[in-house]
Design a protein around this ligand. Structure first.
Ligand SMILES: Nc1nc2c(ncn2[C@@H]2O[C@H](COP(=O)(O)OP(=O)(O)OP(=O)(O)O)[C@@H](O)[C@H]2O)c(=O)[nH]1
Ligand SMILES: [Mg+2]
Length: 317
């Protein structure tokens, strides 16, 4: 299951108490304070990892608490520090404080990390010739984690346009492909390798008219193309589903504009898919009469012109 928005509570470990203890033996006249300091509580750290793909873990576990520092003991022995809790999250996770809605960090690259709460400091033992102090409480915070995938290229199109077929041919990703709409129900990331070049590509569930009002699977997955550099707008030029390619192209651009001006402004590489089917040639002619932008003709299924598309993507990137 792909989860891209969660709430969670995090708490640093408490600091250990400082120890109050006095040393005495036959030779010493006065008792000497020798209580050690308490250890510091552990921190909670969020770290981006390329091996993690969803925020699903947070659905099942709503609170993360680092361990407490150990108390100090006699002979000036310092308590052991509590251990940090490191939570791995997908690259592209933004961390907000729930109440202020303030962005604490954008974990937008592999291994980038942030300490979201600190453990409490251990209390002083009485060996410093002061009273022993209790440890401080660890910080606590309510967070909202918001995942916006990071990829170079986003593929958009109506259901059944062939988006998943395309990404499965270009990259190592293996999304489900089928002849019914909404086969893809969650974003799929793939990496395209080409000699010394590579780029990442994301396939999102198909969009339909009214997506901005929640029709179909709605526009909630468009957030995952917000951070792409360019879009591949894939059009089923055969019209095999009974959808007019030209009308569909315009509807989709309208949906994009309703969702976000930034997304609508992104460079689009126009791609006519299913050119292996008979009706596609005629439709493409009509399309070209109206839309003067360059359009690349491919068949994702039959592997036609996929190299040309990859070259164009690399050029635009
Ligand atoms: N003839 C032909 N069929 C294709 C081509 N590309 C995809 N298809 C078929 O179109 C159907 C839909 O393909 P998908 O890749 O699942 O389409 P999608 O855009 O990912 O669809 P959703 O996930 O539902 O949005 C499948 O039956 C594919 O085999 C093509 O170039 N030519
Ligand atoms: Mg799909």
């Amino acid at each position: 299951m792909f989860i891209d928005r969660v709430k969670t509570l995090v708490r640093g470990g408490n600091g250990g108490n400082g120890c109050a203890s006095f040393y005495s033996d036959k030779m010493t006249r006065y008792k000497r304070p020798d209580g050690g300091n308490g250890g510091d509580g552990g921190n909670v750290i969020l770290r981006a990892s390329r091996n993690v793909y969803t925020l699903l873990d947070f659905k099942y576990r709503q609170e993360f608490i680092a361990s407490n520092g150990k108390h100090g003991s006699s002979k000036r022995k310092r308590g052991r520090d509590g251990e940090d809790v490191v939570i791995l999250v997908p690259i592209g996770t933004q961390i907000f404080e729930e109440t202020s809605q303030c962005l604490l960090e954008d974990l937008d690259s592999d291994n980038k990390e942030v300490v979201v709460v600190k453990g409490g400091r251990g209390g002083c033992g009485n060996h410093v010739r002061k009273e022993a102090h209790p440890g401080q409480q660890g910080e606590r915070r309510a967070l909202v984690l918001d995942l916006k995938l990071i990829a170079d290229v986003g593929v958009i199109g109506f259901p059944n346009a062939g988006k998943s077929t395309l990404i499965s041919k270009l990259s190592s990703a293996r999304p489900r492909i089928a002849a019914y709409p909404f086969t893809t129900k969650e974003p799929v990331l793939g990496v395209v390798n080409r000699e010394d070049d590579n780029f990442t590509i994301v396939d999102i569930p198909g969009l339909i008219e009214g997506a901005h009002q929640g029709r179909g699977l709605g526009d909630k997955f468009l957030r995952h193309v917000e951070r792409t550099k360019i879009l591949v707008h894939l059009i089923d030029m055969s019209g095999i589903d009974g959808r007019d390619p030209l009308g569909g192209y315009e509807v989709l651009n309208r949906e994009l504009a309703l969702y976000s001006k930034e997304v609508a402004k992104k460079i689009q590489i126009l791609v006519a898919n299913k050119m292996d089917l008979e009706s596609a040639g005629e439709n493409l002619k009509r399309f070209r009469n109206k839309i003067k932008n360059n359009i690349i003709e491919i068949s994702a299924k039959e592997n036609i012109n996929l190299n040309i598309l990859t070259d164009e993507i690399l050029k635009r990137l």
